[in-house]
Design a protein around this ligand. Structure first.
Ligand code: PBG
Length: 325
């Protein structure tokens, strides 16, 4: 490597055109996945803790999906808020569930948009946990698997292109893969939340999805934020169980995990820039403390640089607008 003054790093930084020539990380609208919250209610309902994000009716969700598709966003990821919640999360796996109906409505309007659905019971259970409870209030792994698999099949029957299990039960990717295959859906990919941490950054989402646990927390099934080697083990297990895309979540506090999972697996990797990450930028920008647009771009650039191929973010629409125009 040449040294100063033979080498001057500033030469290639002098103008925007020169910088663009040697830019290492490119962003495209198609790299982004937009989460959408579909509610059984009519109309649109702003989420207080997430400025710019709304719960939307089935018709409004299809409307939003069409808008995102026109902007070139890569995919939408649907979360459902059902009319009734019960102990077993029944609303999650009925053919006329809110997500199932929304998928049909979106597909009727825009066939080609990639529709991903969240597979997890927490929005559908009255206790707010991601699986079934035992008599002593533990989240039971094995009895939950069958329900998750049923939920995935019902989403695909409605027209979902990819299913994304976020529950963190052990063995759920294998259970979903086997059940999808048995139902004839051998071509449907699974995007697995391989390394999902028990994170305080999910706070605002729980308002949006109305999925706050009614007792305890999720540390018994989601990963300990102190661990990274374990994330590689989780990723490996999900690959063996049949995952097609891996995910790390949250994104910014776990860039090391994104980097390592990508390097060690070489698998398509998604990173979820979660609600708390989004809301922190919004809050600081509202106070005039940071430049929202520049921070938004810098953050997604860092996530891509670390190794993520896809970024799930509430900024997907704004980023696509900014990059496309
Ligand atoms: C669970 C789920 C959560 C998120 C996505 N799927 C919340 C949780 O585990 O409590 C969080 C996403 C975000 O914070 O943006 N189904």
């Amino acid at each position: 490597m040449a040294l100063f003054p033979t080498y001057r790093a500033r030469r290639m930084r002098r103008t925007e055109r020169l910088r663009a020539l040697v830019r290492e990380t490119a962003l495209e609208p198609g790299d982004f996945i937009a989460p959408l919250f579909v509610t059984h209610r009519d109309g649109r309902h702003p989420v207080g803790a997430m400025p710019g994000v709304e719960q939307t009716s089935i018709a409004e969700t299809a409307e939003q999906a069409a808008r995102l598709e026109a902007l070139g966003v890569g995919a939408v990821l649907l979360f459902g808020i059902p009319a009734v919640k019960d102990e077993r999360g029944s609303g999650a796996y009925t053919a006329d569930g809110v997500v199932q109906r929304a998928v049909r409505a979106i597909k009727e309007r825009i066939r080609d948009l990639v529709v991903i659905t969240d597979v997890c019971l927490c929005e559908y259970t009255d206790h707010g946990h991601c699986g079934l409870l035992t008599a002593d209030g533990e989240v039971d792994n094995d009895s939950t698997l069958e329900l998750l698999a049923r939920m995935a099949v019902s989403h695909v029957e409605a027209g979902a292109d990819i299913v994304a299990p976020s529950d963190m039960m052990d063995g759920r990717v294998a259970a979903i893969r086997q059940t999808l295959d048995a139902a004839g859906f051998t071509a449907t990919p699974i995007m697995s939340y391989a390394a999902k941490y028990a994170s305080a950054f999910y706070g605002p989402f729980r308002e949006a999805a109305e999925s706050t646990p009614q007792f305890g927390d999720r540390r018994g099934y989601q990963m300990d934020p102190a661990n990274a080697d374990e994330a590689l083990r989780e990723a490996q297990l999900d690959i063996e169980e049949g995952a097609d895309i891996l995910m790390v979540k949250p994104a910014l506090p776990y860039l090391d995990v994104i980097y390592r999972v990508k390097r060690e697996t070489g698998y398509p990797l998604a990173a979820y820039h979660v609600s708390g990450e989004y809301s922190m930028i919004k809050a600081a920008a509202e106070r005039g403390w940071i430049d929202e647009e520049r921070v938004m771009l810098e953050v997604v650039q860092s996530i891509r640089r670390a190794g993520a191929d896809l970024i799930i973010t509430y900024y997907a629409g704004e980023l696509a607008k900014r990059l496309g125009g």
